[in-house]
Design a binder for this molecule. Structure first.
Ligand code: M6R
Length: 366
């Protein structure tokens, strides 16, 4: 049942190229230049007339929601808020019938997310679900939705659910942007072509496993780690840190890279590994200067860079190269090395990778 892999988590990490294809298959039609999603098409007016989109979720799904915020705002110019379902439901939030709520959940059973949906519905909002488990409570409770066709995810640490959630959010963003006219036709077509190339790029990335393993063996005894990223890759930093915490029990924090100097920089010394996402798009120069600040405090730098990078390679202690793509699609690639890294560290530390202590696959109580 583990398909020859030692753990479900590793199997699920390796299933990502296929899972992403399964998620966009039949929806994204690059030759025809369209994205077809019944749940969005049938409710297009609700989306286009929305005053704002509120994304509610927990854990890794919340991280996917943050990527969704960057995608949706950038492409559609609709204001987006991302909320922890547990906070949202209890803080008497302002919700109106002109709001669209997107609830994201792998299991479709998370108690706080379900309660947030019920609250939003009671205030007249339109609620759209992004779930993996077909027929789950959240899938049934939402007005419409789109399944991530990731297949069953058994490992408690979410991997393929995350990348397929981001795939769905990318498709929704592109589709709405096309309908609103906030993205040119040529940019829309370009994104579809680039999205179609993502699975083979993920596949290629999975082959760097040995390199990641070597890095894992060097840093597996660290007590604390920092993960830094900016823009679309800030949520990937949060997700990288969560993966490490969950299965290796190593304390890790994810931060927007620029926030480092507002506190966490005090932690940096020669014992502190710092994982930095420094792809060549967006805020590259800014990230490079963040890396220099770390270097001058003797922190160990492991950077995720774009293939062919020169500048970061000279400063970082280790680099992991990812294939080039559009900035908005980079989270689908940058997250892969962090999944593998956490996996290898947990295995090396002899932890229970698929069922980490104190955690359950779906959190059905608040
Ligand atoms: O099933 P859900 O996506 O609603 O679950 C939300 C979180 O409980 C979940 O993502 C959790 O954080 C994972 N263990 C992360 O790997």
């Amino acid at each position: 049942e583990k398909g020859g892999y030692e753990h479900f988590m590793l199997k699920e990490i390796h299933e990502q190229p296929k899972a992403i294809i399964d998620t966009y298959r039949g929806r994204m039609l690059p030759d025809e230049g369209i994205i077809r999603m019944a749940g969005v098409d049938n409710n297009m007016e609700r989306f286009l007339n929305a005053d704002r989109i509120i994304i509610v979720a927990c854990g890794t799904s919340w991280h996917a929601g943050l990527v969704g915020e960057y995608l949706l705002e950038d492409m559609t110019r609709i204001p987006v808020e991302v909320e922890y379902a547990s906070e949202f439901r209890y803080r008497n939030p302002i919700i109106t019938p002109k709001d669209v709520v997107i609830a994201i959940s792998q299991s479709g059973e998370t108690a706080d997310t379900l309660a947030a949906i019920k609250l939003a519905k009671s205030k007249g909002a339109f609620v759209f679900g992004v779930c993996n488990v077909v027929g789950s409570s959240i899938a049934r409770e939402t007005h419409a939705g789109a399944y991530t066709h990731a297949g069953p995810e058994i490992g408690v640490a979410s991997t393929k659910a995350f990348t397929t959630q981001i795939t769905i959010l990318s498709l929704i963003s592109l589709k709405l942007a096309k309908a609103k006219g906030t993205l040119s036709n040529s940019a829309f077509h370009m994104y579809l072509q680039k999205m179609q190339l993502i699975p083979e790029k993920v596949q290629k990335l999975l082959e760097i496993d040995e390199k990641v393993k070597e890095i894992a063996s060097i840093y597996k005894d660290a007590k604390n780690c920092l993960y830094l990223g900016r823009g679309f890759n800030f949520p990937v930093a949060l997700e990288g840190a969560l993966k490490l915490k969950e299965i290796s029990y190593i304390h890790a924090e994810g931060y927007p890279a620029a926030e480092m100097k507002h506190g966490p920089i005090a932690l940096i010394d020669e014992n502190m590994p710092i994982f930095v996402i420094a792809t060549n798009k967006g805020h590259y120069e800014k990230v490079v200067s963040n890396i220099q600040e770390i270097k001058s405090r003797a922190g160990k730098i492991i950077a995720v860079v774009t293939e062919g990078d020169v500048t970061v390679k000279e400063i970082a202690d280790h680099v992991i190269e990812i294939p080039d793509t559009e900035e908005a699609l980079t989270p689908l690639l940058t997250t892969i090395p962090f999944q593998l890294l956490s996996y290898h560290i947990a295995v090396m530390l002899d932890k229970n990778v698929d069922q980490p202590r104190n955690l359950a696959k779906s959190v059905t109580v608040e």
